[in-house]
Write a protein of this length. Structure first.
Ligand SMILES: *Cc1c(COP(=O)(O)O)cnc(C)c1O
Length: 384
């Protein structure tokens, strides 16, 4: 019985060629390929400015910094997210304040954000969880009049749309990930996009030690101008090796999303016929790239009929059939690192994190492999 993975990046000969060309050029650190990747990414995501970084985590840290978040500020974040979302404000000495999410989307809403605001709130990190677009306009309607910056965490969002545009296009500032678990990969890597030229310029300096003259500009002149360091910066650079991969990956994006949506539609149809399972779906305001395809296993505590297995039981049944699946998105407020964090009760976060399973979904997943997954879902639904 062959194993079915939960996720595999899609990389081809084109990426290998692109990396080889960078190696032959002799310029391997941040340089012309990073600049080209930034231009192309900005165009494809309808962003005014794009600044490549070493990861989405560092892009989030830069985004909060240029947005003016200060030590002691409160930043509203979902607990229902990868831990990096909560870590970003913590790095700045700000306090993450956890807000609950919608059961349909797994995302913060205008209501849950409004309930978590304090007089010290200066930013909100709005995640497009698993590639499901968050309702950015509704959250901005709450935050904009209060001068609270909404940072979109689009780590999983490349290829999803919100109100007819790529996610992130309507954000003042957004952060993206190119980790292999996401839709596009550069090995490790991230991007910050923003509509504000002054934020882009400061992020560009901060990622490179806040140097007044970039390494690329120094290289371009024989007698380099003297540089200065007006604030304390970071080394959050992407390399040209990574950017060369990213340029090729970006060209694959439409094809990747089309195949993922095709596979997701098959799952959605099958799950609709199984009592006690509910699948992630497109919200009214956009389309998902299905970066994470999750199902919620009903425990029967609500009005719906219970599924035949609980979440752990379904994971075991899948594993016995050689299928690798994952527990759903984590809840940061339950982690020891955030044991002292502030926040209200998070019933929807806890329900989703305890009862969801992420199923195999990736470009190369074959129809027959997907059919094996669906067979297990159907068998598990039979009451025993
Ligand atoms: C993966 C992820 C991150 C972190 O991305 P890295 O590129 O690995 O730093 C941040 N936020 C969310 C929502 C993620 O899923």
């Amino acid at each position: 019985m062959s194993r079915v993975d939960v996720m595999q990046p899609w990389l081809g000969e084109e990426e290998i060629e692109a990396v080889a060309a960078v190696l032959r050029s002799g310029w391997v650190a941040q340089g012309p390929r990073v600049a080209e990747f930034e231009r192309r990414f900005a165009t494809s995501q309808h962003a005014a400015h794009a600044v490549a970084t070493s990861s989405c985590t560092t892009a989030l840290q830069l985004a909060l910094t240029v947005a003016g978040v200060r030590p002691g500020d409160d930043v509203v974040v979902p607990s229902y997210s990868f831990i990096a979302t909560a870590n970003a404000p913590t790095y700045l000495g700000a306090r993450p304040v956890f807000a609950d999410v919608s059961a349909e989307t797994g995302n913060l809403t205008a209501e849950t954000v409004a309930a978590a605001l304090t007089p010290r709130t200066t930013a909100v990190i709005l995640v497009d969880q698993g590639g499901v677009p968050a309702d950015l306009d509704a959250v901005r309607e709450v935050c904009d009049p209060l001068g609270i910056v909404v940072v979109e965490d689009a780590a999983c969002g490349a290829g999803s749309t919100y109100r007819g545009r790529p996610v992130g296009a309507g954000a003042e500032i957004a952060a993206w990930s190119f980790h292999p678990r996401k839709i596009l990969t550069t090995g490790e890597g991230g991007m910050l996009t923003t509509s504000r030229p002054e934020w882009a310029e400061r992020a560009r300096r901060l990622r490179e030690h806040a140097m007044s003259v970039s390494a690329a500009d120094r290289h371009a002149s024989l007698v380099s101008p003297p540089e200065s360091y007006d604030e304390v910066g970071f080394n959050f650079r992407m390399t040209d090796l990574q950017a060369a991969v990213g340029i090729v990956q970006l060209e694959r994006l439409p094809e990747v999303v089309a195949r993922r949506r095709e596979l997701a539609a098959v799952y959605v149809k099958a799950v609709a016929e199984i009592d006690g399972l509910r699948a992630v779906a497109d919200p009214d305001w956009g389309t998902c790239n299905f970066q994470s395809f999750w199902v919620e296993v009903s425990t029967g505590s609500t009005t719906e009929r219970a599924y035949g297995l609980d979440r752990e039981g379904l994971l075991v049944a899948l594993a016995e059939a050689g299928i690798s699946a994952r527990r759903g998105i984590m809840a940061a407020h339950r982690q020891p690192a955030y044991a002292d964090a502030a926040g209200e009760a998070l019933p929807v976060t806890e329900r989703l994190t305890d009862n969801t399973v992420i199923l195999p979904l990736f470009h190369q997943l074959s129809d027959s492999e997907q059919a094996r997954v669906i067979d297990v879902l159907r068998e598990g639904g039979v009451r025993r």
